[in-house]
Design a protein around this ligand. Structure first.
Ligand code: ADP
Ligand code: MG
Length: 301
């Protein structure tokens, strides 16, 4: 039925690129919207990491999380960046006094006590980050089990709260916060911005993942890579995309996320693009990415 409906949309002539895009978007929307995604056999914990700032980590974490939740899955986002951008994008209060991931990491407070619901998206919960977290990087250094504190907190939480996906939004560094995320997750999800130097620094990230794997978390691996801020009009974007796909054929999702004003506007309204403008090309791309992620998880099990 969906397939027929999608096929019934007429092809636009090659000389009308805008109409072509609209027709393609409409087909994609019909195929995707309201579709339920398969539940993974066990909770999948994905650490969204890249030590570069501004590559789309937070945008990817919150939008993929929202898309999974809208598709019937139960999702938890852990904001592990002192900037609290993921908390902002999910419309969750994160001023200094709010109970947050800091309390769980540093004071050993139960995650269940700091988790809040995302008001705009059912099935989506958030562990907010406040500016306190900036100090945690240093406070953790002298603590017992400093690398495994998030893992312990998360395992305790997951034992009592049914959750299909956990997405951990990391800061742009490879310090103790990110290490905690690598120990807590099995899968690393790397957003790569389609720009010059996209692959620069990636080897450092992969080296660190290897170190964590050999010392702290033998199950850790890069499962997913998403190309973000793709601009189809530039050769650079497609060259970078080709290069990343050549290096990581198994991990790169087929969908890439286009550069889109709607995506960047959404956080200032305390929303993900999934609710801010569900019909936009950015929202569709994130819905497709979430769908691929969920299908792959269902196949590999
Ligand atoms: P990071 O968490 O890696 O630092 P962000 O997700 O905060 O990166 O993204 C950096 C900036 O780029 C933000 O202002 C964000 O709104 C913007 N951005 C991210 N993805 C897109 C996109 N697909 N189109 C347009 N702007 C984007
Ligand atoms: Mg961020």
């Amino acid at each position: 039925m969906r397939t027929e409906l999608a096929a019934s949309i007429p092809d636009a002539g090659a000389d009308t690129p805008l109409a072509q895009t609209l027709a393609a978007d409409t087909r994609r929307r019909i195929n995707l919207s309201g579709r339920m995604l398969p539940k993974p056999p066990t909770t999948r914990v994905l650490t969204v990491a890249n030590q570069k700032g501004g590559v789309g980590k937070t945008t990817t974490a919150v939008n993929v999380a929202a898309a999974l939740a809208q598709s019937g899955l139960s999702v938890l986002v852990v904001d592990l960046d002192p900037q609290g951008n993921a908390s902002t994008a999910l419309g969750v209060d994160h001023h200094a006094e709010v109970p947050s991931v800091y309390d769980a990491l540093v004071d050993g407070r139960a995650l269940a006590e700091v988790v809040v619901e995302c008001a705009n998206v059912p099935n989506l919960r958030v562990v907010p980050a406040t500016i306190d977290l900036a100090g945690a990087e240093i406070e953790l250094v002298s603590m017992v089990a400093r690398e495994t504190r998030l893992d312990r907190a998360l395992q305790t939480y997951l034992a009592n709260h049914e959750t299909d996906y956990v997405l951990i939004d990391c800061p742009p560094s490879l310090g103790l916060l990110t290490i905690n995320a690598f120990v807590a997750g099995k899968e690393v999800f790397i957003p790569i911005q389609c720009e010059y130097y996209a692959l620069e620094g990636l080897s450092q990230l992969l080296k660190n993942i290897e170190l964590i794997r050999s010392h702290l978390n033998p199950t850790l691996h890069v499962s997913t890579i998403l190309l973000t801020m793709y601009d189809g009009r530039t050769r650079l974007s497609s060259q970078v995309a080709d290069e990343v796909r050549t290096h990581f054929p198994e991990q790169v999702l087929r969908t890439s996320v286009p550069r889109s004003v709607r995506v960047s506007e959404a956080p200032s309204f305390g929303e993900t693009v999934m609710t801010y403008d569900a019909a936009s090309s950015g929202a569709l791309a994130y819905l497709e990415a979430a769908s691929e992620l969920a299908q792959r998880g269902a196949e590999s099990s």
